[in-house]
Design a protein around this ligand. Sequence first.
Ligand code: ZN
Length: 183
Amino acid sequence: LSVLRSPIKHCRNCGAAVVHRVPDDGDTRERAVCPQCATIHYENPLNVVGTVPHLGDRVLLCKRNIEPRKGKWTLPAGFMELDETTAQGAARETDEEAGAQIEMGPLFSLLNVRRVGQVHLFYRARLLSDQFNPGYETIEARLFTEDEIPWDELAFRTVRETLLRFFADRKAGAFGLHCVDIE
Ligand code: ZN
């Protein structure tokens, strides 16, 4: 999830070894350029989409069964797929990782993780049941009150920042949309 992508080594078009240089077309950034077929490989940030599934004063977290951060707790989230919206991706990840029945709510947090080239988006989601059916990516899925959240055992900074704001807004009685730059 939050891992730096390794640089492109081979051309996706013809397989030749690429060179990393600024293309001659007025570009200002170094790209992986193919010396054989002249393909320029543009790399752009990826979207990670997820939910804050809540029931009363409790939030659903999943204990990760996969690397990175295996054994740590996370909100259900993962990379957006082609041919789905951000909300559809968030719902899919919630189903895959927790097997939770939800009613999707509004976007709650947007977090720029510039260092790894990712944008994380979390939607609020109302849980329709406290029964979960986690998939292979999850060791355990359970509900936590604010006091029970394993703050030192969270998998990702974006999960921490989202949870902090969720419980603060809940206390204040009004939910906003939070844009956060993680540096
Ligand atoms: Zn090529």
